[in-house]
Write a protein that binds this ligand. Sequence first.
Ligand SMILES: Cc1ncc(COP(=O)(O)O)c(C=O)c1O
Length: 292
Amino acid sequence: MPLLRDKGLQLYLKREDALHPLISGNKFRKLKYNLLEAGAQGKDTLLSFGGAHSNHIAALACAGMESGFGTIGVIRGEELELRWRDNPTLSLAHGHGMRFHFVSRSDYRKRNDPDFIERLRVRFGDFHLLPEGGSNVLGVQGCEEILGSGDARFDLICCAVGTGATLAGIANASQPHQRVLGFPALKGDFLDRDIRNFVRRGRWDLVDGFHFGGYARVDRELVEFINRFKKETGIPLDPIYTGKMLFGIFALIKEDKIPKGSKILAIHTGGLQGIQGMNLSLGKKNLPLIDL
Ligand SMILES: Cc1ncc(COP(=O)(O)O)c(C=O)c1O
């Protein structure tokens, strides 16, 4: 790209989205050790939490089916009980054997309360519990495998941030000369604290200002960026995470905030299954659609 040449930068994209057609990107990494642990404990069912367009819910259903586990998705929003078939993510998960338990937003906020979990056990029997997004110590352990030995040549590693577990795994696996930049996909000052719980080492920072108003908020400028990027590179980006991250990286480059000569590695963490659902809501708002 001319901009990269002009600024004397190299930008590589690690295609974690290509790991598996449905268990893609960081989801593959976060599920790996969780499923191994569930198997080791003799569990036959996996239960986790997510919203209507959750990449984690879609990946959990597929991974459960491929690995011989039953799956239960505790889904935010009681109203979806009647209309989940219109939702591409939930239809995909159901097609891979997931059972749903729809809960109100206030109940969903209790998802980490021991009493709430106990009630789920009474209702569904024993299960291996994965937190929202698969973001626990085992999920972070899997994300430590995103970087390989060949990635030591990069100075700067960039990833999108939801819960921060992916960033923590990358930071734990980074080299002393590397810096990790996380681009939050949502508003909130809780992230820094959450990430510190999981990070053991590494130099990392969050770059605010590219969440486009909050989680799953998307505007015309972002959609046009994603479509242009796909046209120029052939690489699809999701609008909730990787699209915002790359938009942010290019903004930093244009503002000369990345030192000349840097070798940047951006991680494509997947999430492409969410495009269809996002296009349904973009269509309703008369915004341009993301090219599939
Ligand atoms: C596609 C994609 N990229 C990035 C993230 C952010 O990962 P984390 O929650 O570990 O910060 C998520 C989900 O949470 C995701 O689905």
